[in-house]
Design a protein around this ligand. Structure first.
Ligand SMILES: *[C@@H]1O[C@H](CO)[C@@H](O)[C@H](O)[C@H]1NC(C)=O
Ligand SMILES: *[C@@H]1O[C@H](CO)[C@@H](O)[C@H](O)[C@H]1NC(C)=O
Ligand SMILES: *[C@@H]1O[C@H](CO)[C@@H](O)[C@H](O)[C@H]1NC(C)=O
Ligand SMILES: *[C@@H]1O[C@H](CO)[C@@H](O)[C@H](O)[C@H]1NC(C)=O
Length: 470
């Protein structure tokens, strides 16, 4: 039975009792008045003051009882933990301690017994263990796991083939994995939030296993877990644990950790430190320039993220030259699935400014040293808000400065595909009305950027100024 309904019922019972008490007393009073007025005087009247006293005492007793009940309920609510949490904005997760038997091949978790302290509202649950609940296009590719309480009476308890002594976390690497932004926002940061306090003493059970994803992030995974990663869907044996978390915990902002949500105050600062230690990144601080006439040996490093297929810089050479003239040492890099993340993280960490057109490559800012700068170039289209939410706002918690450069119509290659007075060029808002798919198919997938270096120069200079601060 739902705890809420128990609570509601017990309160309404109290109120009903009060109501009945009141009606009863009213009736007694009327009866008493009737008696004293109409009855023969040989029937001894009840002393009125005594009646009053007993009524008061009754209410007082009721109130005390009420208070103690609510205190008791409060204590119970604090102690009892629901098995699954479906209340978080982005992800569902179930956290169970007891006798847990995982049968991977049938995507099921059998709970043979529960440790005390759990609030058992029902006996089965379904969960897709990925952190984009609101995005059906991600969730559709995520396995639907069933969790159920099983008991010996019904003879449904599967026999344990393997007993594991460490806790486990079961999560999916389906969904949007393979996109660098989603790899971090949907998987690595939530996994860090969910698992870092185990200090490696935890086993990962991965559903929708993708070998390339595991090998790309092997260092991170090995730092979080000392145990073999299990491709759980293939597992035909029954794996038994005394503790499991199904699904990943996740805070509602992109690429961010809310310190108020964890008992240890975990933050993005911890995540950055974790990455530094995982990839042996040396620099914790960006370069600090002293004055404008500094010697050329201490030039700040600018990394230009170059994209290959869409949102490409068509005049990379000219941009690079302009940046060099302003005093930057320029590094051009392209990150793709075959990139060795260890090496890439090293290069990013060696830079002070990271610039690129809006896109997943900007996620590499997680490897930048403190006080470095992210420059996001926003192409034509109604995408400023998304761009800010995905990459602008997360810089705050990462100790990075953020600069934004919205291109002008002239800087978009869309002008060579559509007439200048076309709705797509003139009024991106009108495309926005047709939904995100239209926006992304035009402005994200068909557009390249030819930066006007005269115009862009001030943004590069501003970044240089920021490196001079303090
Ligand atoms: C594993 O699951 C697949 C698909 O549900 C099924 O075809 C296969 O027989 C299962 N294997 C075992 C050993 O249960
Ligand atoms: C999982 O599958 C069950 C039916 O097997 C369905 O009722 C439930 O809605 C699904 N859950 C999710 C989260 O997709
Ligand atoms: C930000 O940088 C300062 C000094 O550069 C450092 O003391 C502080 O801990 C950093 N904060 C975070 C959240 O990384
Ligand atoms: C990935 O990027 C590298 C340069 O960093 C490039 O040499 C390689 O061809 C790219 N691979 C793909 C599949 O685009």
């Amino acid at each position: 039975m739902l705890y809420d309904t128990i609570l509601a019922r017990s309160f309404s019972k109290q109120e009903q009792k009060k109501l009945r008490y009141g009606v009863l007393i009213g009736f007694l009073l009327i009866a008493f008045i009737f008696c004293t007025v109409f009855m023969p005087h040989d029937l001894a009247p009840l002393p009125i003051s005594n009646l009053q006293m007993s009524v008061d005492a009754g209410f007082e007793k009721l109130m005390i009882k009420d208070a103690s009940i609510s205190q008791h309920l409060e204590r119970e609510t604090k102690e009892l933990k629901p098995i699954c949490n479906f209340m978080e904005p982005r992800s569902d997760f179930c956290e169970i301690t007891g006798d847990i038997r995982v049968h991977g091949n049938s995507s099921s978790v059998h709970i043979a017994s529960l440790q005390s302290g759990f609030l058992v509202e029902k006996d089965s649950w379904n969960i897709r263990p990925y952190t984009r609940r609101a995005a059906p296009s991600a969730m559709n590719s995520v396995k639907n796991w069933s969790l159920s309480l099983v008991n010996a009476r019904h003879n449904k308890i599967p026999h344990c083939d393997l007993h594991h002594s460490v806790p486990s976390i079961l999560f999916s690497i389906g969904g949007f994995s393979g996109n660098h932004f989603h790899d971090f926002s949907d998987l690595l940061i939530p996994l860090f939030i969910t698992s870092s306090h185990f200090n490696g003493e935890v086993q990962f059970l991965v559903t929708n296993y993708r070998p390339w994803w595991i090998s790309k992030f092997r260092k991170v995974l090995e730092k979080l877990s000392k145990y073999e990663i299990i491709d759980i869907d293939k597992q035909e044996s029954v794996d038994c644990y005394s503790s499991i978390i199904v699904g990943l915990k996740c805070h509602d902002k992109e690429l961010r950790i809310d310190p108020s949500k964890s008992p240890t105050g975990l933050s993005m600062k911890d995540f950055k430190e974790f990455l530094r230690s995982t990839y042996s990144l040396k620099r914790t601080q960006a370069i600090e320039l002293r004055d404008h006439s500094e010697d050329r040996t201490t030039r700040p490093r600018l990394m230009i993220i170059s994209r290959r297929k869409t949102r490409t810089f068509t005049n990379l050479g000219i941009i690079t030259e302009a940046a060099k003239i302003l005093g930057y040492e320029v590094v051009v890099a392209e990150a793709n699935l075959s990139t060795d993340l260890s090496k890439f993280a090293q290069i990013v960490n060696s830079c002070d400014v990271l610039m690129g057109v809006h896109g997943a490559g900007l996620t590499n800012m997680v490897f930048l040293p403190d006080n470095a700068i992210l420059i996001q170039i926003i192409p034509l289209g109604q995408i400023d808000k998304v761009a800010r939410i995905d990459f602008g706002e997360p810089t705050m918690d990462m100790n990075l400065s953020y600069l934004e450069y919205k291109i002008s119509i002239k800087e978009s290659t869309l002008v060579s595909q559509y007439p200048v007075d076309h709705e797509i060029i003139r009024n991106p808002l009108s495309v926005d009305k047709h939904g995100w798919n239209s926006v992304s198919s035009i402005y994200l997938n068909k557009q390249n950027v030819k930066l006007d270096v005269q115009r862009f120069r001030s943004t590069l200079s501003r970044a240089m100024e920021l490196l001079h601060y303090q």
